[in-house]
Design a protein around this ligand. Structure first.
Ligand code: FE
Length: 208
């Protein structure tokens, strides 16, 4: 996906510092690199969007749950057992025929960890953070997401205190599906609001 590359900056100071720290810890025998990889993989791919998929699939199937989720995201997410750091206040926003929501953190990379895991590289990149606010429709087009002109695009700026989860629109034809089948249609990116559900999951393999 060209988008992921266009939006990648060269390694930041932080990345370089983390790498230096990691090498040192491994060298001193304090950390096993495989354990570290397992841990990162867990947050990126397992704990990660899987929890959010369960939340969204349930919301699609169960109108009462969806109502609770929209009313108090933190509490509704905790009902399914997901909570912890980065999830102190989770606000769920719903995509409809009239409104499309997308999420950014203009300051840094705040992200709802308990439901989405670790943020993808592009989410933390300076271009995404600046452009998502300035020209959201253009950014969405670059993700292959066309939002018709009569649909309002709302951009939510995450903070350390408040982090957003997008409830994408269920794709046409998904009405009779089980929650397990629905999860297959829900991508991480659709819960950030940059892709539609059912539009493929090009980024599920890693941090992109
Ligand atoms: Fe942030």
């Amino acid at each position: 996906m060209a988008h992921d590359h266009d939006h990648n900056d060269p390694p930041s100071d932080t990345v370089l510092r983390v790498k230096a720290l990691e090498s040192l810890l491994v060298e001193k025998g304090l950390v096993d690199p495989e354990t570290l990889d397992t841990l990162v993989d867990r947050f990126e791919n397992r704990i990660g969007p899987q929890n959010g998929k369960a939340v969204v699939a349930k919301a699609w199937r169960d109108p009462d749950y969806k109502a609770r989720l929209l009313e108090d995201g933190t509490k509704a997410v905790a009902e399914l057992g997901y909570s912890g750091a980065g999830g102190e206040t989770i606000v769920a926003v719903e995509n409809t025929d009239r409104v499309h929501n997308m999420v950014v953190c203009t300051l840094c990379s705040c992200y709802p960890w308990p439901v989405l895991g670790l943020p993808p590289v592009w989410y933390k990149s300076a271009p995404y953070r600046a452009r998502a606010v300035r020209e959201p429709r253009k950014v969405l087009e670059e993700f292959g997401t066309h939002i018709p002109a009569d649909v309002e695009v709302r951009v939510w700026d995450s903070t350390a205190e408040t982090r957003y989860l997008v409830i994408p629109k269920p794709p046409l034809g998904s009405e009779g599906m089980s929650e397990e089948q629905l999860k297959e249609l829900i991508s991480r990116d659709s819960m950030i609001g940059v892709r539609l559900a059912g539009a493929g999951q090009p980024n599920t393999g890693g941090a992109s």
